[in-house]
Design a binder for this molecule. Sequence first.
Ligand SMILES: Cc1cc2nc3c(=O)[nH]c(=O)nc-3n(C[C@H](O)[C@H](O)[C@H](O)COP(=O)(O)OP(=O)(O)OC[C@H]3O[C@@H](n4cnc5c(N)ncnc54)[C@H](O)[C@@H]3O)c2cc1C
Length: 316
Amino acid sequence: MPAPVVVIGAGVIGLTTAVRLAEAGRDVRVDAELLPADTTSAAAGASWDPYLAEPVHLVERWSRETLRVLLELGTDARTGVRLVEGTHESRVPRDMPAWAPWVDARPCDPGVLRPGYAEGWRYRAPVVDMPTYLAYLVDRLTAAGGRLRRHRHSSLQEALGEAPVIVNCTGTGSRALAEDPSVEAVRGQLVVVENPGIGTFFCDDTPDAEELTYIYPQSDVVVLGGTSDWGSWDLRPDPAAAQDILRRCVEVEPSLAGAPVVGHRVGLRPVRPEVRLEAEHRDATLLLHNYGHGGAGLTLSWGCAAEAADLLRAAE
Ligand SMILES: Cc1cc2nc3c(=O)[nH]c(=O)nc-3n(C[C@H](O)[C@H](O)[C@H](O)COP(=O)(O)OP(=O)(O)OC[C@H]3O[C@@H](n4cnc5c(N)ncnc54)[C@H](O)[C@@H]3O)c2cc1C
């Protein structure tokens, strides 16, 4: 019988890792201070998009594996994953990203670009209703025999006695819990509006753009972004930032003008020089770290979960 596991953290990284381990036959419990609906993961837009995460070669590998899984999940509406067509557009000429061929991205005709944009590419990508998706992951965890409990660990030392294997998936919480000062919060704010009939996504992909502008249609709402505020841990929506997001999104998609606002979301991207995915032995406990996924936690989730499971097998 494989050793029981406690996963700390119930965001997309903790839940995906827990599902992966539970479905491989492990006894898994997830401990989390914030339940899934209250995490940064629930606040995310979200689409498959390798943004703000390092190192490049591993991000490519992990995001490719995640794309494969999300494309499968996108065939079942209950997962919250949908395959949506849309464009990334840039205000200046630029090369397509390295991942463009994986999603069969093709250049847009200049005539169909949004006003002010010089280049763009069109493709189909997984767009995810994160609250629904996280609930789906909890159901999958439960179906595989796993459990979720609300519990804050004040230190990793305290957590070590809980199980022979501990997996640390605490996102920005790792700054304190893993005593890792290289973890920074990059605050992101979104506005949710009623969907006036938008069926395609849009993302401004201008290199070094000062503002982050994107539009992700869910079924009855549209998620509008965004901000990227380095070093801010403030979870309160900023009304001025919300107005600015609306202004920028209406500029590229005039049909959004006047769409009733139904919510505001704020989350803290766990940015680190590199994702930390490694195992260490502490006393009799095997401690696995899986955190620091920056602006791409959804995009890297299944790739990192598979690698965490491999690391665990190799380290035991
Ligand atoms: C506005 C916005 C838009 C985004 N859009 C996208 C996108 O389109 N695509 C994409 O891939 N990514 C996107 N991201 C990034 C993505 O949301 C993050 O990378 C991801 O949520 C990180 O997941 P996580 O599970 O590591 O952390 P979190 O979701 O923050 O979860 C951390 C968990 O750890 C728990 N925890 C922390 N400390 C402790 C402790 N001491 N004891 C117990 N539990 C603890 C928390 O309570 C929580 O349950 C976006 C982020 C934001 C803010």
